[in-house]
Design a protein around this ligand. Structure first.
Ligand SMILES: NC(=O)c1ccc[n+]([C@@H]2O[C@H](COP(=O)([O-])OP(=O)(O)OC[C@H]3O[C@@H](n4cnc5c(N)ncnc54)[C@H](OP(=O)(O)O)[C@@H]3O)[C@@H](O)[C@H]2O)c1
Length: 326
């Protein structure tokens, strides 16, 4: 039987690498679209066996180029998303609303078997966040245009190549005091990128027809608990200090001027809302694929690089040193 072809947008990112490995290992072919093949080609190419990965360079609004790819695709998966806006077209509206709407129209035109779009958890509640508003608008347009769509709404996704656990460990290692926004009480259900890739594969291979699925990890952790776990893993003690909202807003105004902002005003607004299942939609457990990977166990596998001594701080080396001393 001819292998099915998945057309993936945003496959060079954190989730993309895990997903390409999962799909190609299971005999699906992938065509990955990137804006810059010179920069991202090697990373994409090394995620699966030769013959299973095709890479195409295209700007996301180069409709002519993109449309051609749909004629050979069975599935389309959209992983493109941004956390902050930049000038020259990189706006939430373009990336989270207009682009996914275009993809859904092409899915319909070329009669694809399924469109999987990665949105985000909690966007119904976060009514004052432009990120959430743009994601929700995108979802609504997609569902209107193409009924064979599954929208996945993940909580925060982590892995050894994320911008979440790794960035926090870097900051916690360097800063003596760390701010707690909203007293650190916001709740999350961190989901490992492996678990999310398994969910995506499950939806495709089991022909799941649910249109919106909330995707979460196996536990609920507050922002403060997440920081405490990371501090524990990197063997650091730091003061976690609740930051008054006025000061947090003021600092976000400055941080968002950085080329890669640590925090924006929009992210601060988003942080106000719990990032947990709503009870209104099916979850990954409901469709038969509960998450298995716990935050602390998984981050432990790479957190040693943020500890004093790096790999020499691991239990393996510590016990070897002890033996030599005896
Ligand atoms: N990571 C999380 O915690 C999390 C949580 C909830 C939802 N999500 C959603 O899940 C999806 C994938 O997340 P991720 O963490 O894997 O994303 P990512 O690593 O930040 O980015 C995925 C890819 O999107 C493409 N991209 C980024 N900005 C773009 C732009 N302005 N124009 C065109 N393409 C652009 C890039 O591909 P090229 O450079 O190759 O073009 C990038 O590798 C996103 O929609 C995100 O919103 C993520």
């Amino acid at each position: 039987m001819k292998a099915k072809n998945c057309l993936i947008f945003g496959g060079s990112g954190q989730i993309g690498s895990f997903l390409i490995r999962k799909l190609t290992k299971n005999n699906l072919k992938v065509t990955v679209v990137t804006r810059n093949i010179h920069q991202k080609g090697l990373k994409i190419k090394t995620q699966g066996n030769a013959g299973f990965i095709d890479i195409k360079e295209a700007k996301i609004f180069d409709e002519k180029k993109i449309e051609k790819l749909f004629s050979e695709a069975d599935y389309c998966i959209n992983l493109i998303g941004i956390l902050y806006e930049k000038k020259s077209g990189n706006t939430f509206k373009n990336i989270h609303t207009i682009f996914p709407t275009l993809l859904s129209k092409l899915c319909k035109k070329y009669n694809l078997k399924r469109f999987i779009h990665i949105s985000a958890l909690g966007i119904n509640d976060a009514v004052d966040s432009q990120y959430a508003i743009s994601k929700l608008e995108g979802e609504n347009n997609i569902l209107t245009n193409f009924s064979r769509t599954t929208i996945l709404r993940p909580s925060v996704v982590f892995s050894n190549s994320d911008n979440f656990s790794t960035q926090f460990m870097t900051l916690l290692r360097r800063l003596p005091v760390f701010p707690l926004y909203y007293s650190g009480k916001t709740r999350f259900m961190p989901l490992h990128a492996t678990d999310l890739s398994n969910i995506i594969y499950h939806v495709l291979s089991n022909k799941i027809e649910t249109q919106v699925i909330e995707c979460v990890g196996p536990e609920i952790l507050t922002f403060k608990e997440i920081l405490q776990i990371l501090l524990d893993l990197i063997n650091k003690k730091r003061l976690l200090v609740p930051m008054p909202l006025s000061l947090a807003k003021f600092s976000a105004k400055f941080f968002q001027l950085l080329p890669k902002p640590l925090l924006t005003e929009d992210q601060l607004r988003l942080l106000k809302y719990d990032n947990v299942t709503s009870g209104k939609y099916k979850t990954n457990s409901d469709i038969g694929i509960p998450s298995k990977l716990f935050f602390k166990n998984e981050v432990k596998k790479y957190s040693f690089m943020w500890r004093d001594g790096g790999e020499f701080s691991t239990e393996k080396y510590q016990s070897k040193n002890l033996k030599e001393e005896n």
